[in-house]
Design a protein around this ligand. Structure first.
Ligand code: PEP
Ligand code: MG
Length: 885
């Protein structure tokens, strides 16, 4: 027969599924012989049955009564006894800690009769009535949803009538009156009297915890955190101990190490003569834990020794809640404690040094997200004021600068600037390089601004759609800012502030850059040690998305094993744009050949530098991908220029020809139009010129004694015939360049069809690289430039997904295409190399997915290389079922 109630002496810490986190840990402490008040846990099984059937399981109540009797025997007090009543606390406790659920009801067991018994026994009438009014308040609020402020209003009245400054100045008589008013509030809202049966109180409280599992805010929280909705919560019933029994009593929270820095030594807060909720509510000032050594030396010593034992048992930092009642210490809760990212690294390394955990385990105690946090400069939160607005946090960091509205201004600016645009395009690149940060009112995490900014490690907030960007000014929520005004943008949370918020630089980045050593710094030493181990155990390589030699050099310093994606389109910008225009406007083969011939040496020089920066390591160069009209002026601008010229009776000249070309090339859906391999097949000589530039650059590097290892990657392939055609042409070109090393030819997999026919495609490809930006866009039918700013906020609120599929790979949908392509590709060509170069390559959860999917490498922006390295190391030592929530 299923049991629904377990005494604390029966459980242990590994029973979280059944007893919830809190219950399992209370049981563990009880087993360890620590001073835990007696109690029992009603299981998650009982909760699930209640949620399923709408009533508590048969037999549950009898089990509760049975365990209650055992408690009574142990303690020597009886629940509901009019002379010496046992009082209980009821606390929810799911497997994963879940704000948004009912938490705690204290003092269950008080009624009009037992309150007098408690007063007599404790010789403290004030304490008894104060406990009773707290019960009605908490019970009313959490079991019957009586609005909290109704009680607060009565309390304020009572204080006012008594001329009392604080609650603690209310006398027993005044608290007794307050109980009377609280009961009226209770009746007015529930239509019934506050239950005088203590057993009914207990039953209603347990069932209310069950019900709170399905409260709307709890459901939304779980959807977001991907916590299964069917888990249910356990309920912990425990004998009350009182921290508010005088100066000899108190309550506190403590950590076995400093959760902010990881430093060894107990940290915490203590509040004399108080209950737990007083500490949380911050009603009175707490003192540091160390002061307990003077207030109550024996309890302090006992607490320290318990904390040491808990650390040994959990092999990790623990946090605890405790109460001292008349000089007797009680443990009310423990769990593996939350900590800052810096503390996570420091503590993991300390525990290895102390011989408590292995290096493999240490890797499980930190995460790529935490390392990412450590790599961004950050705002001093304490000094920040109200944000003006919040956009999509697209590229983390904290930047301050003067507003500029166009790239040219950014380039000529003398001080730090923030480039503020509706959106950016390849033309803005020089301005983006010059700016400290980028703020846009449109576009999401894979918009041009976001991708480029992340690549450069530059702060970016995009899709801040409350911004109204006008001519030389931007208005937002009633404020108007002009060019030159200072703003601060936080790419970690999307906040935008007026004025300068103080910034702190990241020492971890300085360490990766080689500007400082780890010596003597506990955090850097911990990072270094864990990175070395991650590289040692990783089976997934990490490459970088880098388009320039400078990016490639940084990626190398950050530990990249090659360039996984060089986007060649930036090589068509700036001064070279005129050559692209000539290419597009060419009326015959000659004109086109001349334009291509002019581009060739420029491309060759770019590649030479890139191969030099990555000497000895693979560099995957992707042939041009975006539609060519992206390199021409916008249609609106040209139309206006031509119309103006015509109105003035002037010849629009070159603009007229450009306008004709732009109109001819206009596409309703350019993302699904003439781009990638399609472009290479339609514009004769374009891909061939790029292939020649790659081969000649490699030959030149080899002749100079270098070790260039280029690869050629064809974008947007959907049919093997496309790839075969490009391949045939490329092989012809490669064969014609003397001195070039062998150059592999492969393809991106970014069109769903390519994933499905990966077996065929592998016949013409030596490697695959998943372009998961496009693959996500095309699998979901989400325009990557629009949806995140437009409606993803709503989708996230609704819990339709917990995280944008452009950020973390959608393992079920897009991920299935990845798995299919890996299987079919390798079946056709067992030595196929497979990587990924979409934004997901630098996302921790996605890196673990790609490890599990059997990829050879991930490629990500240089700044994310350390994060991907860490995650690549964590993947093999972290069981995929393990859960760090
Ligand atoms: C991709 O689609 O994932 C990719 C890497 O290519 P791009 O972002 O340049 O389209
Ligand atoms: Mg793509």
């Amino acid at each position: 027969m299923t049991r629904f109630v377990y005494d604390f002496v029966e459980g242990h810490k590994d029973l979280k599924d059944l007893l919830g986190g809190k219950g399992a840990n209370l049981a563990e402490m009880t087993r360890m012989g620590l001073p835990v008040p007696p109690g029992f846990t009603v299981t998650t099984d009982a909760c699930r049955e209640y949620l399923h059937t709408g009533s508590a399981p048969a037999g549950m109540l009898a089990e509760v009564e049975h365990h209650l009797r055992m408690m009574q025997n142990q303690i020597g007090k009886t629940f509901g006894d009019s002379d010496d009543p046992l009082l209980l606390s009821v606390r929810s406790g799911a497997k994963f800690s879940m704000p948004g659920m009912m938490e705690t009801i204290l003092d269950i067991g008080l009624n009009d009769t037992t309150v007098a018994g408690l007063a007599r026994r404790t010789s403290d009438e004030r304490f008894a009535w104060d406990s009773y009014r707290r019960l009605i308040q908490m019970f009313g609020r959490t079991v019957f949803d009586v609005p909290a402020d109704e009680f607060e209003t009565e309390l304020a009245h009572a204080r006012h009538a008594a001329g009392a400054g604080t609650d603690s100045q209310l006398t027993a008589g005044q608290l007794q009156d307050l109980v009377h008013s609280y009961k009226k509030v209770f009746h007015a809202h529930t239509g019934r009297d506050f239950p005088q049966s203590v057993h009914e109180q207990l039953f209603l409280a347990i069932v209310a915890v069950f019900r709170s599992w399905n409260a709307e805010r709890a459901r939304v929280y779980r959807r977001k955190e991907r916590i299964p909705q069917e888990l249910g919560t356990a309920v912990n019933v425990m004998a009350m101990v009182f921290g508010n029994r005088g100066q000899n009593s108190g309550t506190g929270v403590a950590f076995t190490r400093d959760p902010a820095t990881g430093r060894r030594g107990a940290y915490g807060d203590y509040l004399r003569n108080a209950q737990g909720e007083d500490v949380v509510a911050g009603i009175r000032n707490t003192v540091g834990l160390a002061e307990l050594a003077t207030i109550d030396p024996p309890s302090y010593r006992q607490l320290l020794s318990i904390m040491q034992r808990l650390e040994q048992r959990y092999r990790d930092l623990c946090d605890i809640e405790f109460t001292i009642e008349n000089g007797k210490l009680w443990m009310l809760q423990t769990r593996v404690g939350k900590r800052t990212p810096a503390a996570a690294f420091v503590i993991a390394a300390q525990l290895v040094d102390e011989g408590t955990i292995t290096l493999d385990e240490a890797l499980q105690r930190v995460s790529g997200e935490q390392l990412a946090q450590l790599m961004f400069p950050s705002f001093d939160e304490a000094a920040a004021h109200e944000p003006l607005t919040t956009g999509v946090p697209a590229s983390p960091g904290a930047s301050v600068g003067a507003i500029v509205f166009d790239s040219a201004q950014a380039v000529v600016a003398t001080g730090p600037v923030i480039l503020v645009r509706r959106e950016t395009n390849p033309d803005d690149l020089p301005g983006m390089i010059a700016a400290q940060g980028i703020l846009t009112s449109r576009g999401g995490k894979t918009s041009h601004a976001a991708v480029v900014a992340r690549g450069m490690g530059k702060t970016c907030v995009c899709g801040a759609d409350e911004l109204r960007i006008g001519d030389g000014e931007v208005t937002v929520n009633g404020h108007t800012l002009h060019a030159g005004d200072i703003i601060s943008i936080d790419g970690t949370n999307g906040r935008v502030y007026a004025g300068a918020v103080p910034v702190r630089p990241s020492k971890v980045v300085r360490y990766f850059e080689g500007e400082v050593t780890a010596h003597g710094d506990p955090l850097l030493a911990a990072v270094e040690r864990l990175m070395i181990h991650a590289d040692h155990v990783a089976t997934l390589d990490v490459h970088a998305n880098a388009d320039t030699a400078a990016d490639a050099a940084r990626a190398r310093r950050f530990g990249a094993g090659g360039v996984g994606l060089c986007r060649t389109e930036h090589m068509f910008l700036g001064d070279r744009r005129v050559l692209v225009e000539r290419l597009i406007l060419a009326e015959d083969d000659d004109g086109r050949d001349q334009a291509l011939a002019a581009l060739l040496p420029l491309q060759r020089a770019d590649f030479e530098q890139l191969f030099a920066a990555m000497d000895g390591l693979p560099v995957t160069v992707r042939l041009i991908d975006p539609p060519l009209h992206e390199f021409l002026p916008p249609l609106e601008e040209l139309t206006a220029r031509v119309a103006r010229a015509e109105a003035l009776g002037e010849d629009p000249g070159h603009d007229g020809a450009l306008l004709t070309a732009v109109r001819r090339m206009h596409e309703a859906n350019p993302m699904l139009g003439l781009r990638g391999v399609r472009l290479g097949l339609v514009i004769p000589g374009l891909f061939a010129m790029q292939v020649r530039a790659i081969a000649e650059a490699a030959a030149a590097r080899a002749a100079a004694g270098g070790d260039p290892q280029p690869e050629i990657m064809v974008p947007l392939v959907g049919a093997v015939q496309e790839l075969e055609t490009v391949r045939a042409e490329a092989e012809g070109v490669l064969a014609s360049v003397p001195g070039a090393p062998p150059i592999r030819i492969g393809t991106m997999i970014e069109v769903p069809r390519a994933a499905l026919i990966a077996g065929q495609i592998a016949g013409a490809a030596e490697f695959f690289s998943f372009g998961t930006n496009d693959l996500t866009q095309m699998t979901w039918g989400f325009s990557r430039d629009d949806v995140e700013g437009a409606f993803f906020g709503r989708y996230l609120d609704l819990g339709i997904f917990g995280v944008s599929p452009f950020e973390t790979i959608d393992a079920e949908g897009v991920g299935e295409l990845v798995r299919i392509a890996v299987t079919r590709g390798r079946a056709a060509r067992p030595d196929l190399t497979i990587g990924v170069c979409g934004e997901h390559g630098g996302d921790p959860a996605s890196v673990r997915f790609f490890h599990d999917a059997g990829l050879d490498y991930v490629s990500c922006s240089p700044f994310r290389v350390p994060i991907a390295r860490l995650e690549a190391g964590r993947a093999p030592v972290t069981a995929s079922s393990s859960d760090s929530r």
